[in-house]
Design a protein around this ligand. Structure first.
Ligand SMILES: Cc1cc2nc3c(=O)[nH]c(=O)nc-3n(C[C@H](O)[C@H](O)[C@H](O)COP(=O)(O)OP(=O)(O)OC[C@H]3O[C@@H](n4cnc5c(N)ncnc54)[C@H](O)[C@@H]3O)c2cc1C
Length: 439
């Protein structure tokens, strides 16, 4: 994520610098006014470039999962590209508003002349300016509710669906107000290419076609309630389901009014188009879900997505698998997929952190799945039993070898393990993480 965002930042800044210092040169005017004008252009360019990236990623281009590390990571990139775009947009607006201050300090005289437009272009200039201003106010409000985690997800998602419209307003603003000489320069080409990607994302989103080629219908085949806060759902999918790799997830819609929610496919692919989900009551909707599901109910599944894939393991590295609570779901799929060929099982330590090992329905299931796999050591850490996992436990074995940690669980646990392992291992541990949060 950081590499992609910083590369985009560098590319835009270079292209802007090329126009400023090599091609066009700074426009006429005194230094403070020219600095204001170029600051306005640079922040505007960065804002629309990042927003275009965010909009393109929102269309869930599955072919980018490989280079970007899976859809959950693409969504994180989408989120940070959006946040940075709004920050640069806010800066752009502040610079625009600074003209009164400059007039008072340096006078009007050094102000660069406005570009002359005629006809339709001149008529559209004012609406383009206004649209940019309204869009930035709406985006700043959206940023506040995105960062304010207590704002409920459902209304947030409803408001978020307006983003493509705001984006199209910003593209209109940028296309009309960017200096005309940009369109013969690398900066213009870059801007146009990014806008094409962003407009594609916006149109796909407004047309309701995101993920459409990966959507299939199905029915619920079985529902179980292994614990008061967990529901197990088995779905039988229609032809068209392309199968999945163990560890992948899908968006499942049980109720069209509620829309899709992402859940890991907690079973291996046995070719019968039957997939299981283990769903924990973590929020408003999932708390009410168990009472609403019954065999025969129609569902829609979109996927599979994700790169938390057992096949991506480095065979030379020591394997450490860590699951916290419902984060055990991808490992259930991994273990199931290994049952047919226990010989393929790499030597690994699976750590499962649970609140209460005595009452956890996944503990007996894990024990049964691990028993035929000779290379696998299962470690259960029950918090109620006083068995908490710490980084030293992961680092204890085979200290000198390179190790890979595959983690799925709460963010707090991931951060503390990452930090602890980094301190202990000086970077010998490679951390793969499935993000269960997309907002
Ligand atoms: C890749 C991935 C795999 C997951 N696998 C599992 C699993 O196997 N089992 C399991 O129990 N949970 C899983 N989750 C978490 C699950 O998606 C959320 O717990 C569930 O959507 C919460 O919905 P809610 O309305 O009850 O909660 P709310 O309180 O409304 O939301 C809690 C949080 O869940 C996320 N969320 C809610 N609705 C959606 C949505 N429609 N789309 C995306 N994110 C949403 C948001 O981050 C939100 O802040 C997974 C999440 C992701 C991203």
């Amino acid at each position: 994520m950081k590499t992609l965002l910083s590369s985009l930042f560098a590319l835009i800044t270079l292209a802007w610098g090329w126009d400023l210092f090599v091609a066009g040169g700074p426009g006429a005017g005194s230094l403070p006014w020219v600095v204001r004008q170029e600051g306005l252009y640079l922040t505007g360019l960065l804002s629309i470039a990042l927003m275009s990236l965010a909009m393109f990623l929102a269309a869930r281009p599955a072919w980018l999962e490989g280079p970007l590390g899976g859809l959950d990571r693409m969504y994180r990139t989408h989120k940070w590209a959006g946040i940075l775009a709004v920050a640069f947009g806010g800066l752009h607006w502040l610079i625009e508003m600074s003209d009164d201050v400059l007039k008072a300090l340096f006078g009007r005289a050094g102000r660069p002349p406005k570009e002359e437009f005629t006809g339709l272009l001149e008529a559209l200039r004012h609406p383009a300016k206004d649209m940019g201003e309204w869009a930035i106010y709406a985006l700043l409000a959206m940023l506040v509710i995105t960062l304010w985690k207590r704002f409920p997800y459902r209304p947030w998602r409803f408001l978020h669906q307006g983003m493509p419209v705001l984006y199209l307003m910003l593209v209109f603003h940028a296309a009309l107000l960017a200096p005309t000489d940009y369109w013969n320069q690398p900066v213009g080409l870059l801007l146009a290419a990014l806008a094409v990607g962003g407009v594609y994302g916006a149109v796909v989103s407004l047309a309701g076609r995101i993920g459409r080629s990966r959507r299939v219908s199905g029915t619920i085949a079985a529902v179980e309630r292994p614990a008061p806060d967990i529901v197990t759902v088995r779905c039988q999918l229609a032809a068209g389901w392309r199968g999945h790799r163990p560890g992948q997830f899908a968006f499942i819609t049980f109720d069209p009014k509620e829309g899709p929610h992402p859940f890991t496919i907690a079973s291996a692919d046995n070719g019968s188009r039957t997939i299981d989900f283990q769903i924990k009551a973590l929020g408003d909707y999932t708390q009410r879900l168990a009472d609403r599901l019954q065999p025969g109910l129609a569902v829609q599944v979109e996927g599979p997505y994700g790169r938390f894939d057992i096949a991506r393991q480095d065979p030379k590295a020591r394997q450490i698998w860590v699951a916290g609570g419902i984060g055990i779901t991808p490992f259930l799929a991994w273990l199931e997929s290994l049952q047919a060929n226990p010989g393929q099982m790499p030597a690994a330590d699976l750590h499962y952190c649970t609140r209460d090992r005595a009452a956890d329905p996944f503990v007996p299931r894990l024990e049964a799945l691990c028993a035929p796999l000779p290379g696998l050591r299962l470690h259960i850490h029950g918090a109620r039993q006083g068995e908490t996992l710490n980084p030293a436990m992961l680092a204890a074995r085979d200290g000198a070898r390179r190790a890979e940690v595959w983690f799925c669980g709460p963010l707090g646990l991931a951060e503390s393990l990452k930090k602890g392992l980094h301190d202990l291992g000086q970077g010998r541990f490679r951390f793969h993480q499935e993000a269960f949060e997309m907002r």
